[in-house]
Design a protein around this ligand. Structure first.
Ligand SMILES: [Zn+2]
Length: 170
């Protein structure tokens, strides 16, 4: 990702360094509101990546699953150590709930990696993180294929760059 200013924990991009403290951490992470320890994404939810994810999810093009999985792996830091991988989609969340009830201590002391396709507001992963923390998880790291760039005007800048280059991307 090419953001010039981003939180060192959740990697949320910002237009300037103003929202970040001396350690490069944003307000939300500093206050613990994000719920997770760090978040990584392969890229922004736009262009080709957005099209691929969309086809995989809604058109159910199964063969896309493997290449998308490989992109997900590439977004993961090499030195990251995890004990448990939990996919975020809702039916898994429900299963997780049931798991906690039937098997308390399932995530206790575990370093958990939460997987999702797109990080938008982060509300879902924040909910999951809170759940995992309640269950005694040692740390929660979020790994997504794409994140939505919520900075104002960035979309226009990207469009301009794309059209200047002859406009391959929409
Ligand atoms: Zn942050």
């Amino acid at each position: 990702m090419n953001a010039e200013f981003f939180c060192s924990r959740c990697r949320t991009p910002f237009l300037s360094s103003a929202p970040l403290d001396r350690d490069g951490v944003c307000d939300r992470c500093r206050s613990g509101l994000a719920g997770y320890d760090s978040a990584y994404s392969f890229g922004y939810y736009e262009g080709t990546l957005r099209t691929l994810i969309h086809h995989f999810k809604y058109a159910k093009i199964e063969p896309l699953g493997q290449p998308l999985g490989r992109l997900l792996l590439r977004a993961m830091p090499e030195n990251l150590e995890v004990d448990m991988i939990v996919p975020v989609p809702l039916h898994w969340l429900r299963r997780l709930w049931r798991g906690f009830l039937s098997r308390p201590g399932m995530v206790e002391g575990k370093r958990v990696l939460l997987l999702d396709d797109v990080l938008t507001t982060g509300a879902t992963v924040t909910t999951c993180s809170a759940l995992l923390r309640q269950g005694g998880a040692l740390s929660v790291t979020v790994l997504t294929l794409a994140r939505v760039d919520r900075r104002p005007m960035v979309g226009n800048a990207v469009l301009t760059a794309a059209s200047a280059a002859g406009g391959g991307a929409k």
